[in-house]
Each structure stands twice: as structure tokens, then as C-alpha cells.
Design a binder for this molecule. Structure first.
Ligand code: ARG
Length: 576
């Protein structure tokens, strides 16, 4: 028996529709657009009227008459042109809450079509510190990974490290320029390598000969030159280690740490397939695949440049083939800046032409940029890009201002306090990122998103800690059967009953903001409930026990949802 409220009602409707000889596909309710009038509404009578060639109100009345015989409805009415408005008996709502509380998944469904989904997010590059752009990809991707897993799919996340191509040649050329060779390469750490890369960027901009040198080295190292390869391995290793540290702080997990370099061999194969299929063209020294030039015109995909190097397009196409062949992907989803939309359109079209991923869904979920107050992509005060660890540090400093000192008064050790600050600081950044539609950008405003008031991570974390504290303070009252005794309890319970729908919709639309909206509303609904529904001063012991049970259920649901967003929920927060 399902413990999802709207499904319970749908089942009842289906039975009635069947009895009346109506098509059961219209036997469906949704949360009421007019919560002041009803809990749920069914608009099926309007659609049925056309098929049955009857007045929709008449159909509505027929359904309503049968529904009124069902003991679970307090009120059934037909309104307007034929909307069915349904109000549930409190007992059904209370029972649903108890079913939810008794199930570790809170009664949430699993997908009936489980499939393997490769999630491509993160995408940092060698020798470059991660910046706010990488933040969004990691945060959104990690949340979707958890959501896919929760609904019963098999997500595999891959960081797709940018570890191939010209930057490597530039760094090597720069080191050779300064040291006269690569002997010292392995003594350089990430900061030094990043500095070499910065220097190389400046040099290559000014000096065509330096650029050419870097290009030749890139071609040689991609060709397998052993000395360059060894140097590259070191650069890759220190870059990956640094990225892992960053992602560890952010709580972002990857199943695979593959990169563009891992697709290199497969690029030859792609070129061969393109040739066999008659898709490969030699154009101005480069190998290309032409795409649609009429309906949705796109520039051709360059597979191999005139200097023999494979491109970003080529490695992405090759990676898709590997994901299909080796990982048996049913779907591949990319969480990458929307400014790369054209890139992915080209890649997907080329893949389709090549026929290397039959029946595999491919989707680019493009996100907007993190902007400064001027509406332009965020820059630090000196005009540089804000790197990720500085951003976390800023958030930590901000959060620390609101926290007490470690010691007897707060009851927190320094270690506990540090952990708490980290959880709140990262939670603030992540919630801010996930509360907007993915496609829209947002303004980086630390004062707003580290606040304990408003739609923020800290507000939700605080709400959870407060419920924990309420339960602790009432430890003498054990949780008991849930019953509805006032409107605030009823509202809270109805809100809780929407959890499954929210998660399913979020998964289908690949839009974590659906969860963050709900989490925020739920926390607010709880707050109204708590203000109106005393526990110690409840009218009876049973009511008190019921309220404890509702509070604990809300707390567990909020925690689970924060988990799905990738945000931690501290057990205790000062002043909660
Ligand atoms: N490294 C790329 C960048 O910084 C992002 C990679 C995104 N993933 C992909 N499969 N192309 O722009």
C-alpha cells in the first residue's frame, strides 16, 4: 500500500472512473490551486466531457456522488466549469504521516525505469586553481548525483579533467625556458606550476615564436614523447590532488577521475569511423565533420587540427563512445556553463551522425554565471577570478562572525566549532547556488547567503538544529500516534506529504531548485506549526506525543532533502 497521499486518492478515483466507464487516465489529482477551498483538485471532468459529449459539471457531479460515499473525504464539491475540489478527513492525513515516519524512504517511490546515467560535472583544468565557474558545475552535479541515486537510477559521476592540449605544452615550454630543461619538474608544486602557466600565458600572447614552441611541444607530448609524458604526469598528479582537496571541502564526490587525456586513443578510432562513414572532410589542413547547415546551421566540428592535435570536440566525442562501450551509459548529462551550449550541440550532432551512441540520451544542462554586483561574471577586487578556496574562506570568515567562541559557555570545543563553521559556510554557498533556476545566473552576495534569515542554507540548517533541540528539551515525552488537532498541524502534514512529488519532479526536470524551494517552505510551515502548537502545554499527553512525532518527521525529511542537495545538517547549532 502506498503511503503517498495523492496516489492514494488517485487509486480511489481510478476505481470510481472504472465503475462509471470513464477513461482512467484522467483519474488524477494535484495539490489544490486554492488551498483555502480544498486540499486537492481533479480537472478530469473537463477532459472527459469532450469525450463523453456531456456537460463537465454533470460528469463532475457523477464522480462527486461516488466520492462522497468514501469515508476518507470530508468534503467534495464541483466548482466553476467542472473542477472537483476534494478535502480530506484528518485521519487519512494523520495516517499518511505515520506511514511516512515508519518508512526509511518516507514512502518515496523509486523509478520504474532504472538506468545508468553518466553525470559529467566538475571539469577543472590542470595547472589552474578552481574558480567560481567550477563551483556551480560541482555543486549542481553532486546534488543531481544524490537525487538520481535516491530515485533508484545508477549514476556514475566523472570529473572529465581538462588535462590535455595546449596548456600542457605551454607549461613545459615555460619550464624549459627558465630551467633549461625539465630536470626540476618533479619538485614543483601546484602553486609553482600555476605560476609557470600564468607566465606562459603572458609570454605566448606577446611572442609568436614562444607560442609556436609551445605548440610543437604539445604535439610531441601527445605523440607520446617519454620525457614530456613524464613531466605531464607530474603536472596532472599535482593538479588532480589539488582539485581533490577542493572537492573534499565542498563535499563533491566523483566515481571516476578520468580526463580528456584518457580519450586520446579513442580519438583515432573516431577519426576512422568518420572516414568509413564518409563523414570526414579534409579542409584547410584540418579534419572536420560537417553538421546541419540548413535547418539549425552550426559550424563544422574540427576533429584534428592542422598541426595534428585532437580538439576539445574530438575528446568529448571520443569520451561519449567510451562511456557507451565501457560504462553502458543509457544517458549522459553534462553540467557545464551555458556558454558552451554550441559546443555540446555540435558534439551531440556529430555523435548522432557517427552512430556511436544509439539510443543514448545526451543532455547539456547549461548554468548561468556567478556575477558581481555589476551583473558581469564575478571578479575579485583586483579584477582577477575568484578562486574556490578563497570563496570558501570568505564564507567561513563571515559565518565565524555569527558564532560564539569555543569554550565552557558555548559548550563547543575548537574542533567542533571549526567543523560547524565549515558545514555552515559550505552550506551557505551551496544553497545559494541551488536555490535559483540552474539556467539563471546569480549575484555573489555573501552577506545575503550566509545570513540566518531568509531563503538561505544557514536558515534551513538552523531550523533542523532547532527541531533537534525541541526534541531534546522534551525528552520525557515519547513520540506517539500522529493526530491532527489544529490547522497548523494539518498544513504541516499536507506539506510533508508532497515530498515524493517534489523529488520526482526535481529528477525529471534536473532542477534542484525545486527541492530548495520546498525545503524552505517546509521549514517555514514548521515554524508556524511550532508557534501555534505547544508541546509541554498541549491539551493532552497524546497531543504532545503526536507533536513530537510530527517534529521528528519534519526534521528527518529536512535532513534527507538537505542531503539530496549535498548540504550537511549539523546536529547542534549555538542558540538553537
Ligand atoms: N574543462 C572544461 C572547462 O573548463 C569543462 C569540461 C566540461 N565537460 C566536458 N565533457 N566538456 O571549460
Amino acid at each position: 500500500m502506498t503511503c503517498i497521499l495523492d496516489e492514494k486518492i488517485n487509486k480511489k478515483l481510478e476505481k470510481i472512473f472504472e465503475e462509471l466507464g470513464f477513461d482512467t487516465k484522467f483519474a488524477m489529482v494535484k495539490n489544490s490551486d486554492r488551498p483555502d477551498l480544498s486540499d486537492f483538485q481533479c480537472n478530469g471532468a473537463l477532459a472527459l466531457a469532450k469525450i463523453e459529449k456531456k456537460n463537465p459539471r454533470q460528469i463532475g457531479e457523477m464522480i462527486a456522488a461516488k466520492l462522497s460515499e468514501d469515508g476518507d473525504f470530508a468534503k467534495v464539491s464541483v466548482d466553476g466549469p467542472g473542477f472537483l475540489n476534494l478535502t480530506l478527513k484528518d485521519e487519512l492525513i494523520a495516517q499518511t504521516m505515520m506511514d511516512m515516519a515508519a518508512d526509511e524512504r518516507f514512502g518515496c517511490e523509486k523509478t520504474n525505469n532504472p538506468h545508468t546515467i553518466i553525470l559529467d560535472y566538475g571539469g577543472p583544468n590542470v595547472a589552474k586553481e578552481m574558480h567560481v565557474g567550477h563551483l556551480r558545475s560541482g555543486v549542481i552535479g553532486e546534488s543531481m548525483r544524490r537525487i538520481e541515486e535516491f530515485v533508484g537510477n545508477k549514476p556514475i559521476s566523472d570529473v572529465h579533467f581538462g588535462d590535455w592540449g595546449t596548456p600542457i605544452g605551454m607549461i613545459l615550454a615555460e619550464v624549459i625556458e627558465r630551467d633549461g630543461g625539465l630536470e626540476k619538474m618533479e619538485s614543483y608544486d601546484i602553486a609553482e606550476i600555476t605560476a609557470f602557466y600564468k607566465q606562459a600565458n603572458i609570454r605566448c600572447k606577446e611572442d609568436a615564436a614562444a607560442k609556436e614552441k609551445a605548440r610543437i611541444i604539445t604535439a610531441k607530448f601527445q605523440d607520446g614523447d617519454s620525457e614530456y609524458k613524464k613531466a605531464w604526469q607530474h603536472i596532472r598528479k599535482v593538479s588532480v590532488d589539488a582539485a581533490k582537496e577542493n572537492y573534499q571541502e565542498l563535499g563533491v564526490h566523483f566515481d571516476l577521475w578520468l580526463g580528456e587525456s584518457d580519450a586520446h586513443q579513442m580519438c583515432f578510432e573516431i577519426k576512422k569511423i568518420a572516414e568509413e562513414k564518409g563523414l570526414l572532410e579534409y579542409d584547410d589542413g584540418a579534419y572536420i565533420i560537417r553538421l546541419d547547415e540548413v535547418n539549425k546551421p552550426k559550424p563544422p566540428v574540427i576533429i584534428e587540427k592542422s598541426d595534428g592535435g585532437f580538439t576539445y570536440h574530438a575528446t568529448d566525442i571520443a569520451t561519449i563512445k567510451m562511456r557507451v562501450d565501457d560504462l553502458h551509459a543509457d544517458e549522459i548529462v553534462y553540467f557545464v556553463d551555458k556558454r558552451q551550449s554550441l559546443h555540446f550541440e555540435q558534439v551531440f550532432e556529430a555523435v548522432e551522425k557517427l552512430g556511436i551512441a544509439p539510443n543514448v540520451k545526451m543532455r547539456h544542462i547549461g548554468f548561468g554565471t556567478v556575477n558581481g554586483a555589476d551583473g558581469k561574471p564575478f571578479k575579485t577586487r583586483d579584477g582577477g577570478v575568484m578562486n574556490l578556496s578563497d570563496m570558501i574562506k570568505l564564507s567561513k570568515d563571515k559565518v565565524a562572525e555569527t558564532m560564539p567562541k569555543a569554550g565552557a559557555e558555548s559548550g563547543l570545543s575548537q574542533e567542533e566549532l571549526d567543523k560547524l563553521i565549515m558545514q555552515v559556510a559550505v552550506g551557505a554557498i551551496k544553497f545559494q547556488d541551488l536555490k535559483n533556476n540552474i539556467a539563471s545566473g546569480y549575484i555573489f552576495e555573501l552577506d545575503d547567503f550566509a545570513s540566518f534569515e531568509g531563503k538561505t542554507g544557514p536558515y534551513i540548517q538552523y531550523a533542523i538544529a532547532r527541531i533537534n533541540s525541541v526534541v531534546r528539551k522534551n525528552a520525557d515525552i515519547k513520540s506517539g500516534n500522529i493526530m491532527i488537532t489544529n490547522i497548523e498541524e494539518r498544513n504541516l502534514a499536507l506539506k510533508l506529504s508532497q515530498m515524493n512529488n517534489v523529488i520526482m519532479r526535481c529528477e525529471a526536470e534536473r532542477e534542484p531548485s525545486i527541492i530548495s524551494d520546498y525545503v524552505y517552505n517546509l521549514a517555514q510551515t514548521f515554524s508556524s506549526f511550532y508557534n501555534a502548537s505547544p508541546i509541554k502545554g498541549a491539551e493532552s499527553e497524546n497531543v504532545a506525543k503526536s507533536r513530537i512525532a510530527l517534529a521528528m518527521l519534519t526534521c528527518n525529511v529536512l535532513k534527507k532533502l538537505l542531503f539530496l542537495l549535498g548540504i550537511e545538517a549539523p546536529e547542534i547549532m549555538p542558540k538553537a
